[in-house]
Design a protein around this ligand. Structure first.
Ligand SMILES: *Cc1c(COP(=O)(O)O)cnc(C)c1O
Ligand SMILES: [Zn+2]
Length: 433
């Protein structure tokens, strides 16, 4: 283990764990594992997209893809808000700014290191299972279409329209639609991952360090651009995985020593009326209570402007999760209405000249609120994470190739697991390691 590039550390017991695509502490602690990298002073390579920051990614080799976010100082929108030091991190498609993330969200930073980590570190076959409301599965699908690495993607039927790639090469993508919501898709993917003859790899969600450290590229890239850590970091959250990643990465950047010593205040936002973490945090609770924080969940989710943020079981209470992040970073949380999102989106688009994914307008709206309340000051250095955008811009340049579903499953009643096994067996066998 001495020569390993990194090891994993349980935040509960402190144990060092060698990575075998390990997503939970062998002692069974309800804690996130965190990567500890040998390299404390991160290098910035060039020509490898997000893998320019491979020192802090849990992989051995880069993938030849050019996805990477950019950070720039906002003149127009910043001036509009009276902010002198507003920096925008943009994950999406905006060729004029040299950002080419064709699935248009920061989920595209999670997929490449996850595929690689599975290939390098998992012992069995390397077919991943991913479930999402669309953006995550689409990011995995795009990377599969570019690299040929296989994935089983499980998505609610209502989100199937989000499933496309820019290449049309869908041989490695086994798309399953679920007649239900995001949480049903997650539940079904867990069942499918348990079919042991298939030896599928559960991608792992927030517990997967490759997903968090992949998103951490946003903060590393921003630190190199800004030359210093921001005072505040703004992001819209669904699961909170991206914000936990930001916290972890800022902590690493402080250890690096070149970017300052002060942990940024992490300001996260959810879209009302479905905002379980906002509700729990407002009540100063470290636990989400369904009866209080998620009343009429189904209806509330249907009303959301940004339904990709509708995670029902976010990693709020887990050690190293969202609650710890907020408490540790002197953080703050906003709930924003659909109307506030629309106003924010319009203003941002007209000032900055690029379209936003709806979830990103939640973050923009929260920043406007924070300015109005005087929570942030004109001189503060602010990093606004635009987690998705450029979807309209992409359509000017590219065709989107819809992915055909290979199976359709009902969320209620008995799952036809035998049938799923037969269908998937053939797919998986074609991709044996
Ligand atoms: C998924 C997503 C988010 C929320 O990220 P979490 O890590 O789930 O909190 C925000 N914005 C966009 C565009 C997303 O796709
Ligand atoms: Zn442990």
């Amino acid at each position: 283990m001495k020569n390993a590039k990194y090891h994993l550390r349980c935040l509960e017991c402190g144990q060092s764990i060698p990575d075998r695509y390990t997503n939970t502490c062998p002692e069974g602690h309800d804690s996130l594992l965190r990567t500890a990298y040998e390299t404390k002073r991160i290098r910035r390579l060039s020509g490898y997209g997000m893998f320019n920051y491979i020192d802090w990614l849990p992989v051995e080799e880069p993938l030849p893809i050019n996805a990477s976010p950019i950070t720039y100082k906002s003149e127009d929108f910043g001036t509009e808000l009276g902010l002198k030091n507003l920096y925008i991190s943009f994950s999406g498609y905006w060729p004029e700014k040299s950002v080419f993330m064709k699935t248009c969200t920061f989920k595209e930073l999670e997929a490449p290191p996850t595929f690689l980590r599975a290939k390098e570190k998992a012992s069995s076959r390397n077919v991943l299972v991913v479930s999402s409301a669309g953006n995550t599965s689409r990011a995995f699908a795009e990377v599969s279409s570019l690299t040929g690495m296989p994935v089983v993607a499980i998505v609610p039927k209502s989100c199937i329209h989000r499933m496309w790639t820019s290449t049309g090469n869908h041989d490695g993508i086994f798309l399953i639609s679920v007649d239900g919501d995001y949480s049903d898709a997650i539940a079904i993917s867990k069942e499918i991952a348990k079919i042991d003859t298939l030896e599928l790899i559960e991608e792992g969600g927030v517990r997967n360090v490759a997903r968090r450290d992949g998103m951490g590229v946003v903060e590393v890239e921003a630190a190199f651009s800004m030359k210093v850590l921001p005072d505040y970091y703004f992001q819209a959250v669904g699961s909170g995985t991206g914000a936990i990643a930001a916290w972890e990465t800022f902590t690493r950047l402080i250890e690096d020593g070149r970017f300052g010593r002060e942990l940024p205040g992490i300001v996260i936002s959810q879209n009302l009326p479905f905002a379980p973490m906002f509700s729990a945090w407002q009540a100063c609770r470290a636990e989400i209570i369904a009866d209080k924080d998620m009343r009429n969940a189904e209806e509330a989710i249907k009303k959301m402007y940004a339904d990709v943020l509708s995670t029902r079981n976010p990693p709020y209470s887990i050690k190293g999760g969202v609650y710890d992040m907020l408490a540790n970073s002197n953080g703050k949380m906003y709930g924003v209405t659909n109307e506030e999102c629309r106003i924010a989106e319009k203003l941002f688009e007209s000032e900055e000249g690029i379209d936003l994914v709806s979830a990103a307008s939640v973050a923009v709206a929260s920043l406007i609120k924070a300015v109005d309340e005087g929570f942030v000051k004109n001189e503060d250095k602010i990093l606004l994470n635009i987690t998705g955008g450029g979807y309209k811009r992409l359509r000017e340049d590219y065709k989107m190739y819809g992915i055909e579903e290979r199976m359709e499953l009902k969320s209620s009643g008995q799952l036809p697991l035998d049938e799923v096994e037969i269908e998937l067996k053939e797919f998986v066998t074609g991709f044996m390691k």
